[in-house]
Design a protein around this ligand. Structure first.
Ligand SMILES: [Zn+2]
Length: 354
């Protein structure tokens, strides 16, 4: 026992060193090395278990993938941990190369008509021209529109955008964005800020401002309940102004109709209801009145110069509620008239005839 003890004491130091060396070798072999190879080389590494697993989980379905990746190309499309962080200072790769047609709006043209002319959807006019959604009157004679060659959205790349974040934002697979050749995207698919990529099949979402509901404007009794019975409209709608000089119709990028007429002209309640909003709206409507008709319908009267009503007031079909104007995002005296049914925007022409 004494002899064994002295041998152990003589060799234990060496055994600890050998043990540590083995541990380092194991970590290097199965831990770090495959990741480094996957990023830097992109080569298949034969029997290496970690790399085999990586390939098994990320290899695209050859029948579904239009790019036809080879097995060794490591098309890691949805794993942020493997892609280098997007850094504009180290951007390497091709910049997008787009060629768009420019269309100058002439008198009498509508967004739907322009879209038909180029074989795209009306939504795509908004997809290529985001400012149009800010207000209607931007689509005037002389306005220059970017016409995208296919349906989709032209996305301004922001710092921090990745292919994955853009894919999530529009609900379009990364493969579809890569497959659109003028985007010039190559592995590792970094996006360069201040460029634009076309997201095929995407639709630009519109911001929809929601007015207060009826319960928020009703008077309250001493018990706290509403004292005013909800007044219900007739279900029919009349012209809100004495003019049929339409300057823009309803389409995806413009959820109402615009009717031009001199400032200060009377604005009529299109149907009976309760005023839920009468004031300044910061989302482009300017001075705005909203009437809730108690039957799911609401009407909107935008860009006004004056108000004859206050929130909570009951109005009857044909009552003068305000005066037309040129407030908010408006480039000339007109009224913006909207009809919503259960918070969805509908085409007013279906109700009042245009
Ligand atoms: Zn409008």
């Amino acid at each position: 026992m004494n002899e064994l003890g002295s041998i152990w004491r003589r060799w234990q130091g060496h055994l600890v060193i050998v043990g540590i060396a083995l541990l380092i070798l194991l970590i290097w072999r199965f831990g770090l090395r495959p990741t480094i190879v996957a990023v830097a080389e992109g080569e298949p590494v034969g029997e290496d278990t970690a790399v085999s697993e990586l390939l098994a989980t990320t290899e695209p379905d050859a029948t579904a993938d239009p790019l036809q990746f080879g097995a060794g190309d490591l098309p890691v499309l949805d794993d942020n941990s493997l892609a280098p962080a997007p850094n504009p200072l180290t951007f390497e790769g091709e910049l997008p190369q787009h060629e768009f047609i420019t269309h100058t709006v002439v008198r009498g043209e509508t967004p739907n008509g322009i879209a038909d002319q180029y074989g795209i959807e009306a939504e795509t006019i908004l997809g290529g021209n985001p400012r149009l959604s800010e207000e209607s009157s931007l689509l005037q004679v002389g306005t220059e529109l970017i016409i995208l060659p296919i349906d989709g959205v032209l996305h301004d790349v922001q710092p921090g955008d990745t292919l994955e974040s853009v894919s999530l934002q529009y609900g379009i697979p990364v493969e579809d964005i890569i497959a659109y050749e003028p985007n010039n995207l190559e592995f590792p698919y970094r996006l360069q800020p201040e460029t634009q990529i076309l997201v095929p099949g995407a639709v630009r979402e519109l911001f929809v401002w929601t007015p207060p509901d009826l319960s928020s404007v009703g008077g309250t009794s001493s018990e706290g309940g509403s004292v005013r019975p909800i007044i219900v409209g007739t279900g029919t709608f009349i012209y809100p102004v004495n003019s049929r000089n339409f300057t823009q119709y309803f389409w995806y990028g413009h959820p109402g109709i615009d009717i031009a007429l001199p400032e200060g002209s009377p604005v009529y309640a299109s149907d009976t209801g309760t005023v839920t909003f009468a004031g300044w709206n910061v989302y482009g409507y300017g001075n705005l009145i909203v009437v809730n008709h108690g039957n799911g319908y609401e009407t909107f009267y935008g860009h006004l110069s004056s108000f004859n009503v206050v929130p909570g007031q009951i109005v009857y079909q044909g009552n003068v509620i305000g005066g037309t104007g040129n407030t908010g995002n408006s480039s000339g005296p007109h009224i913006h008239f909207e009809i919503r049914i259960n918070n969805n925007r509908d085409n007013p022409c279906w109700y009042i005839g245009c």
